[in-house]
Design a protein around this ligand. Structure first.
Ligand SMILES: *Cc1c(COP(=O)(O)O)cnc(C)c1O
Length: 384
């Protein structure tokens, strides 16, 4: 990626820079590849990033949205997404959130427990509304990803276990003002292999037969998101392999005639179009190490501290100048935590105070997770 450094001069750092044209190409790829299969519908998992300009592009491209809180439902409706394309998941939906979604007539509640079903039913009865629900099933598939972002194993808090599906369906079918439209799954995030998704399809095939034996016909299957991004080689792989991803579902999942297949993609949509841009405050020489101290820290981008993630670090000022000499640095932030470190023993061009440094692939779960820790400011957006 070529960064428009001239346009960065004079701006308050750190900030998030988003490349609109890369996002547009990503959206075009998703739409082109999904359109190859009848009944495929893609929602954007808005928890990855809610920058208004990005949301507008995503809405205009025709994607729906997947929300995990009432605040997200509000954000999507304000951004102009039609409520008929909004789905709402989460293990802990509070009453006001459910009411908000009922008032908006959203497409579907992805429900995760019997007590939640009962509350949605009560609130729907009170409003005289019908709530469409999909039951989130925990398929016990290991996503082989970081333990904080794996969600489909039986010991996770998410979903209901496969053994309980019959019981939950029985309850759901009897509750007033509840319409069961389908099953929902989401096994985890940042999956770089397709094998866990194939395994998920096999589980779904078996579950479909199980529910059909009970005379239930499902209108839709929702397989969640999880497709990963190449954090180490963002320029070689700027757009995830959506063609393979959708083809894998087409190959392994047995949809019934007319049945819809829904996806909830977050990271794979916005990850590569964003970078956190910061400035080097100091280059500090220790006894054995040299530290590049950035003005960006874990309050701006928490993924390294939270998930031991690594974002590619580029000194874009030195790159622009063609600086050939390199050195080895630990790249750290200013925050009073030892986990506030973006990389150890990073080989970078010789780095100086005032250089711009880009932390790449930061479009997903970056800015949205920023906090005021240490009374720091939330980084702004620059969308070009
Ligand atoms: C977070 C989440 C997603 C999106 O996951 P990605 O890995 O970003 O694609 C989809 N569905 C649900 C229910 C989620 O919680």
């Amino acid at each position: 990626m070529i960064f428009p450094i001239e346009q960065f001069e004079g701006l308050q750092t750190p900030f998030y820079y988003y490349d609109k044209s890369l996002l547009q190409q990503t959206l075009d790829t998703i739409n082109r590849e999904a359109a190859k299969y009848p009944g495929y519908h893609v929602h954007y998992a808005v928890k990855a990033n809610v920058d208004p300009t990005l949301l507008k592009l995503i809405r205009e491209s025709g994607l729906g949205c997947d929300c995990v809180s009432g605040g997200e439902v509000e954000t999507c409706l304000k951004a102009g997404f039609p409520s008929s394309k909004v789905v709402f998941a989460g293990v802990g939906k509070s009453d006001w959130e459910i009411n908000l979604a009922l008032d908006a007539d959203i497409a579907c509640f992805n429900i995760e427990s019997i007590p939640e079903l009962e509350v949605i039913s009560q609130l729907a009865v009170a409003k005289g509304k019908q709530a469409r629900v999909a039951i989130r099933v925990n398929p016990n598939v290991d996503a082989h990803t970081h333990k904080y972002i794996t969600t489909g194993l039986s010991e996770n808090k998410f979903g209901i276990s496969m053994e309980m599906l019959d019981e939950v369906l029985d309850v759901a079918m009897k509750l007033p003002n509840i319409t069961v439209i389908g099953l929902h799954f989401h096994i985890g995030s940042q999956l770089l292999e397709l094998a866990p998704f194939s395994l998920l399809c096999e589980r779904i095939n078996a579950l479909q037969e199980q529910v059909e034996k009970r005379g239930i016909r499902l209108q839709s299957i929702n397989v969640g998101g999880g497709l990963g991004c190449d954090y180490e080689n963002p320029d070689a792989n700027p757009i995830p392999d959506f063609a393979d991803f959708f083809a894998n579902y087409a190959k392994h999942l047995k949809l019934r005639p007319g049945q819809e297949l829904h996806f909830e993609l977050g990271r794979s949509v916005v990850c590569q179009c964003g970078s956190l841009i910061s400035k080097v405050l100091y280059v500090k020489e220790g006894l054995q190490k040299k530290f590049v101290i950035l003005d960006a820290g874990m309050s701006d981008l928490i993924r390294p501290a939270l998930y031991q993630a690594h974002h590619k670090i580029e000194n874009i000022s030195a790159q622009a100048k063609g600086e050939a000499a390199t050195d080895v640095y630990d790249v750290v932030g200013p925050i009073c935590e030892s986990s506030d470190c973006f990389g150890e023993n990073e080989v970078l061009p010789v780095t100086r105070r005032g250089d711009f440094v880009a932390l790449r692939s930061a479009g997903a779960y970056g800015q949205i997770m920023a906090s005021h820790y240490n009374c720091r400011r939330i980084p702004a957006s620059l969308v070009l």
